[in-house]
Write a new protein. Structure first.
Ligand code: SRM
Ligand code: SRM
Ligand code: SRM
Ligand code: SRM
Ligand code: SF4
Ligand code: SF4
Ligand code: SF4
Ligand code: SF4
Ligand code: SF4
Ligand code: SF4
Ligand code: SF4
Ligand code: SF4
Lengths: 395, 360, 360, 395
């Protein structure tokens, strides 16, 4: 039975001051309905006092038949804070682009009020809806209500994680392919890979509609799908003139910042040497009304980003320089099959695919997945002469 | 049992997003032509059809109670037919057809404590992680730090007065769940002492070969301690990454005296102008000082101010530093350059200055 | 013995250069104000004092007989008071006070077979190494290759018609005595088969631990072969660097069928504009085809021509490639891009293209 | 006794054709006086036929009391080519800047005609005068005549190698310190380090007077001493105008190529923001009459360049960002002492100092030699969070 008394939280209360919305206020709000949140606040206050966390090393819990989607969490001070002795989070697949109706949000809120702490993250760093804190017995009932409402769990452990995408064609004029559709389709297609961990380690897919990369795929997706175009930038000279008239310094702020200096602004005329353009987006970003991506659209596929653990952080690197928008879904599916096969066969335990490529070498990796090397894959060819020639090429 | 299994729904994935798109978006999906910033936090997208969509973006603590979610739902009902979305940096976006609703919505949001902003050349919401709220691995709290930072940087969120967008991220341990490593300013919780091994349980709770293999620097060796099969850590080879703890609860690293924060700067993700880049070390250590982390907040505010004063229009933090050079960055910010700034990990040699290009 | 030792002079070092400086240089040492190129191979340096020094630079095969040296000495006596020098790229420079001597000297040099040139935006002499003339380690000859190349590129030496200087270097094995690794065009003799171990002598002529330690890829393992202590090489781990052969004569790599040449491009040393940079692999393998190496000569000439046609003024080869991008370099030169261009050595990951910056 | 008969060299003879001076002609010329050169040519012809070298793995030979300066070399076909059964080269310290008088050259030529093949390299890649080919018994006599004439041997093996320098102040207006004097002084000062190998591996010093680096120090010197200046570029506006009048496109060819874009060409006026200038030399190179390095001159000291064997090639990296010209010799001597001490103590066999730094880390290396870290030493600070904090700094 809830104990309504809330002991003081001197340190945390200070975080209710100031103009930015306060998570402490949120926890207190939730605590009005669910006293587990008061325990959470108390334990957190003691973390603030002692400068250390009070959670035990996570344990394996979940819903029946799924190997992931729930992060087991137990308080290290269960006697003091019995209501958060168990305090697992549930990861829920978000709808592509993080769009909701108010009804959908209320449905989610109601489910979580019934079965959990009433605290959430909208959203987790991977993109999932995070239901923050419940005990083991509530997992299965929460799951059942979620699926009834049309929602399902995300991934955890050595599995595919919920793919995410930028808002794309839903609201952005630059989206070079339908990011939300691709994200949604992939999420549905690979439910098994998400729910029954069978990979060497985690695998993340992120879809950005253009090189601005608004889901930060380059930094954190094992497979980054980033929109781009092949033909010339579409240019509206009248609109260019408008920007200039409005005070934009086109030479300095546009041309001089073009990475390949392929733009020229001369006597009120903007010229782009499109063959030299590397589709960086800068000029388009600055003059959205005047310049637009071309019409021959598609995406670059990049591979292998990750955070620093274990062997150092990696940024995504180019794997397929261009796939036409129409062929994107087919190509991605085919590629994923080959990537996962190769990784299954050669990946070590807890080795992300980017690290695997580093270990076996890009050339061997390409052989393994059946792609030919192209110069777009590298910033520059090797500078060392330590080449492993193939048996069959040397006599 | 068999009947119950039959009823149970699994692997349905998320609801299709199309159900959640407002009509104006459905009508203009893939047809947007250009956009304009109308005010900080307010965007207007114009379709080839001539239709306009207004977006009002508000800041969020990300950690939301169900009641706050209901509040957002109610606002969406009131101003935009019940449609809203969240952004990749955890802001809330209301999707309006009628521009007359912008102002009232903005006012209601402000009144409820949710500032409108985060667009264009501002500091948007801080991407962050669980911290002491939920993670076993945290060297610091994330939410409290973010709240403290955003209180200080508040007007940088509500105004678009910076040379370019500044993306800040916080991760509470080296796992970097916020993927902070490519941020304009990255704040990272760190340990500074090797794990304190719990020899009594190690063998029981983890596999010794896995623990040994987890260490990037080969600091862990098998050992028998007090008659128990366990491991030892060669202290000089440990750089406190915590990967051993991830695989074994018997290797905790937290240490109230020595844990703290480090700050990395100049990373980016977009391909705009320059290629994506990692953030680089600015400040190796600041004390873990809840509830307000004044040292960290001051340090970040200082970096932002120096950047705001020195960078040219459209120059992201890392692009500005590349232009002025790292020595000048340290000079202008007054940050001390130490031995810790010198890389000594795998590709260290490639970070050395291999030219005589020097400013005096 | 003691008397002999006493007489014996040691450790005197080189003669002081001051003895060898022409008077005009002595007078203006440290006082030069500017210079002008007068003609290919002819420089004029002007001193703050107003005095002028004319330099006439001639190409040399570097490998010189004493009689040719005497010829140069005689020319120096005739035209410039007996003063001359060699350059860091093995050209000969005559140091003249009287401009009237330039033309006659140039003519005599040409008649004797020594072209004047190599200054400014030309191809200067090719830095190179011993090759089959004197080295045990050579996968190819250097002098013959250089002669063949310079015959073909002759007018590029005698004229200043390139966008910028092009520095070519040849090394006959991976030891790279020519330090070719930062050249606009580097030509490198290579092996493509692991060492053929001579087990009979290995233990006698080398120390097994040293041989094992020599291998950068840990391909060498101790082994007993035919009852003899020796080593084996794991073939798949060997990339034919020859370092084991350097420490042990029992590990020869040369193999007439498989040895050959590789070409690297785009390196530079100067800090002018861009930082110094390594040359990068253009062509992994061309056959070793003495006496004229037509495949190599054609390949180099092709790269030079494509560069000459495409680069902007002042753009070194590597700067040009950076501007147009490597994909275009391969397209324009018609060179095939292969798996061997993909780095798989230590810092391989850092060579991958980590942005979407792509030209189509 | 010389055998005057020269067998045909069909392949090599082809290398006497074409306009570039021929080394084959040189060998034949020398062969007229010394038939060892004919053997050399024969053996080389057979290398050309068989596509392989015919030299045995080098052996240790030398002059009394010296551990280096001679490269032992033996033919692998001594029966066929007895006159090159021994064919050692002698490395001779060159005078700084490679300046000679005709007399000095003739002296060298005479010595080598008496005692060796009569073939030379002017010069070897390190910079030495190379006497190419003699037998063991001639080594000591050659050495004696050389020292009588004022010349001495260079280095080989794990020793200091003959330092070299660009022509510097002798003929170049840009030399920011006296490269030839420094090179000469260092060569004399460290004769012992050169002649009695006692280092873990070879050590090379090269002196360039300005960032153009005309001795390619950056690519191949363990210690690179590269001139630069601290104050503003000296600018002569009249001369700038002359270049412009003569047709130089100052905006495009100068300002736009400045790496920091710190130059501006506006209405016939060139402005340089010297605080942003990185002393790359480009503008000065293009307009030597108009622009000159400043007056506060000195050098950058850089460390650790080398060819790819064993662990990959290295370019020099900044160790001391600026040393005033007056203090250069003292500083270099002091630094060399500390460098060599540290290397002696910590270097492994055949480990160049650049590789040692990579192995122990720059910070530890700086501690070892007593220098403080400065941001000029790095292109950028570390991007990984794998920091080894010192015992004493953490509690
Ligand atoms: C909840 C979340 C943080 C958040 O507050 O949002 C999170 C939380 C945890 N992450 Fe994470 N990661 C979360 C997104 C990320 C991201 C960002 C992303 O996915 O875009 C990254 C960086 C990108 C990447 O994958 O490289 C990330 C990199 C890690 C790593 C390091 C992995 C690596 O290969 O470098 C670990 C350690 C591990 O896997 O053992 C980790 C491990 C963890 C664990 C499971 C702790 C552990 O040691 O096992 C955390 C559980 C915390 C808890 O108690 O709730 N988490 N983690 C994010 C997932 C929410 C969601 O599903 O939406
Ligand atoms: C809503 C959102 C996508 C989503 O699906 O949620 C979004 C939306 C837009 N982005 Fe973005 N970006 C969003 C996250 C990002 C991210 C990812 C991140 O921050 O983690 C990036 C990469 C940041 C980085 O490089 O570190 C990103 C890099 C850009 C850029 C490149 C800016 C640059 O110069 O580097 C642009 C172009 C511009 O603004 O000029 C851009 C432009 C835009 C435009 C103007 C696109 C358009 O025409 O609609 C949108 C409004 C931008 C604004 O805030 O002014 N967006 N954008 C994300 C909002 C996050 C937030 O709440 O603040
Ligand atoms: C004579 C010599 C120095 C010596 O002590 O021997 C020398 C002499 C001069 N160099 Fe050099 N350089 C000499 C080797 C070098 C080297 C080293 C090398 O080639 O191995 C370099 C570095 C090359 C590289 O980056 O790979 C070198 C990079 C330069 C540069 C930078 C050019 C650039 O844009 O990268 C300049 C400036 C210029 O020419 O504009 C320069 C300029 C000069 C000037 C104009 C300096 C002056 O004011 O007197 C001299 C005449 C240059 C010419 O040939 O037109 N010198 N110069 C060397 C002649 C070698 C030869 O015979 O060809
Ligand atoms: C003669 C010379 C080449 C030439 O034709 O000019 C030369 C010739 C040899 N070098 Fe060298 N090196 C010569 C300059 C260089 C240079 C260039 C330089 O010094 O500026 C380099 C590259 C720079 C560097 O030191 O990194 C160079 C890097 C090597 C290496 C690789 C060293 C490394 O750390 O990567 C070796 C292998 C070794 O030392 O075991 C080597 C080894 C050799 C040996 C001794 C062969 C061996 O395996 O032991 C060669 C003897 C050839 C012979 O029979 O005459 N030589 N060597 C150059 C010395 C002449 C002189 O004293 O002036
Ligand atoms: S990534 Fe490109 S397409 Fe997607 S929202 Fe950002 S700017 Fe628009
Ligand atoms: S998109 Fe980028 S590279 Fe292309 S023209 Fe515009 S600024 Fe230049
Ligand atoms: S960054 Fe570390 S402490 Fe924070 S949520 Fe991720 S794993 Fe936990
Ligand atoms: S904290 Fe990291 S470096 Fe230290 S022992 Fe554990 S795994 Fe190894
Ligand atoms: S590069 Fe190799 S083969 Fe040529 S001289 Fe040097 S060590 Fe000998
Ligand atoms: S050639 Fe090089 S890689 Fe091959 S065994 Fe010898 S040392 Fe190792
Ligand atoms: S390095 Fe500089 S000072 Fe020396 S010769 Fe070259 S240009 Fe002149
Ligand atoms: S020396 Fe180089 S950096 Fe300095 S102003 Fe001239 S071109 Fe610019």
């Amino acid at each position: 039975m809830p104990d309504d008394e809330r002991r003081p939280t001197k340190l945390l209360d200070q975080l209710e001051e100031g103009p930015w919305p306060s998570f402490v206020t949120e926890i207190k709000k939730a605590g009005e309905k669910n006293p587990a949140c008061n325990d959470l606040l108390q334990q957190l206050e003691s973390s603030y006092e002692e400068k250390r966390g009070h959670w035990k090393h996570g344990g394996m819990v979940g819903v029946r038949g799924y190997g992931g989607g729930v992060i087991g969490r137990y308080s290290a001070m269960p006697e003091q804070f019995p209501r958060i002795a168990h305090f697992h989070t549930i990861r829920v697949n978000h709808p592509s682009g993080w769009f909701y109706t108010s009804d959908a949000l209320r449905t989610l809120a109601d489910i979580w009020e019934r079965h959990g702490s009433g605290l959430t993250n909208f959203h987790g760093s991977t993109g999932d809806i995070i239901f923050l804190g419940t005990n083991t017995t509530e997992l299965e009932p929460t799951f059942n209500e979620l699926t009834q409402a049309g929602f399902d769990l995300g991934g955890s452990g050595s599995a595919l994680r919920t793919p995410s995408s930028c808002v794309g064609q839903a609201r952005c004029e630059w989206a070079c392919y339908d990011t939300m559709k691709l994200c949604n389709d992939l999420t549905h297609q690979y439910q098994d890979e998400m729910h029954r961990p069978a990979f060497p380690y985690k695998f993340k897919i992120k879809c950005s509609g253009c090189p601005n990369d608004c889901v930060a795929a380059s930094a954190r997706a094992d497979l980054s799908i980033i929109g781009t175009w092949k033909d010339a930038i579409r240019q509206d000279d009248a609109a260019v003139a408008e920007y200039a008239a409005a005070g934009l310094d086109i030479r300095r702020d546009v041309c001089d910042r073009c990475p390949t200096r392929c733009m020229d602004w001369d006597n009120g005329k903007l010229t782009i040497e499109n063959r030299e353009c590397v589709r960086c987006m800068h000029c388009i970003n600055v003059m959205p009304k005047a310049l637009r991506p071309g019409k021959e659209r598609g995406a670059v596929l990049l591979i292998g980003a990750k955070a620093p653990i274990v062997k150092g952080a990696l940024l995504s690197s180019v794997l397929v320089p261009f796939v036409a928008a129409e062929e994107l879904e087919g190509t991605v599916n085919e590629l994923l099959k080959r990537l996962w096969d190769f990784w299954d066969e050669h990946g070590e335990n807890r080795e992300r695919i980017g690290e695997l490529i580093q270990r076996v070498g890009l050339a061997n990796f390409l052989d393994g997945i059946g792609l030919d090397p192209t110069p777009e894959m590298v910033a520059a060819p090797r500078d060392n002469p330590f080449i492993f020639f193939r048996e069959e090429e040397a006599n | 049992m068999a009947t119950e299994t039959a009823k149970r729904i699994t692997d349905i994935g998320p609801p299709n997003y199309e159900k959640f798109l407002p009509p104006v978006i459905k009508r203009n999906y893939g047809k947007w032509q250009y956009h304009e910033g109308i005010a900080p936090g307010v965007l207007c997208h114009v379709s080839e059809s001539g239709e306009r969509l207004y977006t009002v973006r508000a800041g969020s603590p990300r950690l939301l109670s169900v009641d706050t979610i209901r509040l957002f739902a109610a606002l969406a009902d009131k101003y935009c037919g019940g449609y809203l979305r969240f952004t990749s940096r955890n802001n809330i976006e209301f999707l309006l057809e009628d521009p007359a609703n912008i102002e009232p919505l903005r006012k209601e949001l402000f009144d409820a404590g949710f500032p409108v902003g985060g667009t264009g050349a501002s500091i948007s919401n801080i991407v962050h992680t669980q911290g002491w709220i939920h993670c076993h691995s945290a060297a610091t709290d994330a939410s409290g730090l973010v709240k403290s930072l955003m209180d200080r940087l508040y007007s940088r969120f509500t105004e678009e007065t910076l040379p370019a967008r500044v993306r800040i991220a916080v991760a509470c341990c080296l796992n970097m769940c916020g993927a902070v490593h490519c941020s304009d300013i990255a704040i990272l919780g760190i340990h500074r002492k090797p794990p304190k091994i719990n020899h009594d349980i190690l063998k029981k709770v983890s596999e010794i070969p896995t623990v040994i293999a987890a260490c990037p620097t080969d600091a862990i060796r098998p050992a028998v301690v007090g008659g128990k099969e366990s491991v030892t850590v060669i202290d000089e080879k440990c750089m406190y990454c915590g990967n051993c703890y991830t695989v074994s609860p018997a290797m905790p690293l937290d240490d109230p005296e020595n844990d703290g924060l480090s700050i990395y700067v100049g990373g980016k993700v977009s391909n705009a102008r320059t290629a994506p880049k990692f953030s680089k070390l600015a400040i190796p250590f600041l004390p873990n000082n809840p509830p307000r982390w004044p040292e960290v907040v001051d340090a970040v505010a200082n970096i932002v101010e120096v950047y705001a004063g020195g960078a040219k229009k459209f120059e992201r933090m890392g692009e500005w530093i590349d232009r002025i050079g790292w020595p000048r960055f340290f000079e202008l910010t007054g940050i001390e350059f130490t031995r810790y700034h010198l890389d000594d990990f795998k590709h260290a040699g490639l970070t050395y200055a291999r030219s005589t290009h020097i400013r005096y």
